[in-house]
Ligand binder design. Sequence first.
Ligand code: UT7
Length: 329
Amino acid sequence: MPKTNAIITAVAGFVPEDVITNFDLEKMVETNDEWIRSRTGIVQRHIVKDPKKACSDMIVSAAEKLIKKTGLDVKEIDMILVATVTGDYVFPDTANLVAHKLGANNAFGYDINAACSGFIFALTTASKFIESGSHKKILVAGADQMSSILNYEDRNTCILFGDGAGVVLLEGSDEDNGVLDAVLKGDGSGAQFLHQKAGGSLNPATVETVEKKWHYVYQEGRSVFKAAIKGMAESINELLQKNNLTVDQIDWLIPHQANKRIITGVGDYIGIDSEKVLINIENYGNTTAGTIPLCLSDFEQKFKKGDMIVLTAFGGGFTWGSVLVKWAY
Ligand code: UT7
């Protein structure tokens, strides 16, 4: 029997309408457009303003675009994986809310919490369900509503992040395409550098945790910056070596979009032609689990069947890794 590969058959992205520009941030914290552009590459970020909307709504909007584009019958979706650190609730999981809102009532699902690496972890997990034959049509989402956990008085973090969602549809194929391999890593000693202190079982919400601003993103930027370049670049090199590929055989590199200088640092480290490195951070900032599927959606028109694409990410945990995808359409 031929091996079943997990292929991406459609992608779609969604960002909320409201935008915060660097100039808006100049009025909120001590910063300036020039600093933000030159240190991060970010020009604006989209944010959810409607207090009745949450992470699941962005995913549903992206999924509805995908469904419209493909004519997919939602009843055929048999699994939904959501990568996020800003789900609607601590529980239930956002994947179940998405299934309910879409009317995908033949799907089971769950969330994956791996911060900025969440989408590549979820994509790899979903590919195993497809390869085993147990599931046929899986919606994999990467989405974060970072504005819900940002302190807009902290210039170290509030300038970096935005809200957004992307989804892909994963299906089986006997063609030699799809999610071919992955190198995924974790190191819990990195937790101290990037985390949200309260709201979990260690520091449940109290008046004190709110007063101490422990429900916001905490990041030591410089430590994360260095680890991010090393982690992504080394995992790409390991992935290429494992698959007997040279960097010249890669058609596109889709890096997690946290900082343009991190992205160019990774590109330089592995020696890839800069035209193959896809960047859209200027429009969205860092949407955490949303960055890679948003890139797939924005640059979909560039991809040809058979293109070799490497997805790479680094984030809170620390978590990081790279995935090799042979484009299927
Ligand atoms: O997705 C994975 C998670 N996140 C990341 O990958 C982000 C990783 N880190 C970064 O992207 C960068 O470290 C930052 C963009 C967060 C910071 O850039 P940096 O080049 O590492 O700056 P720095 O932290 O070394 O700060 C340089 C200076 C400092 O002033 P002094 O001490 O030199 O006087 C900061 O206080 O820039 C100052 N600074 C700012 N100035 C204007 C920090 N934030 C700002 C700001 N506007 N928003």
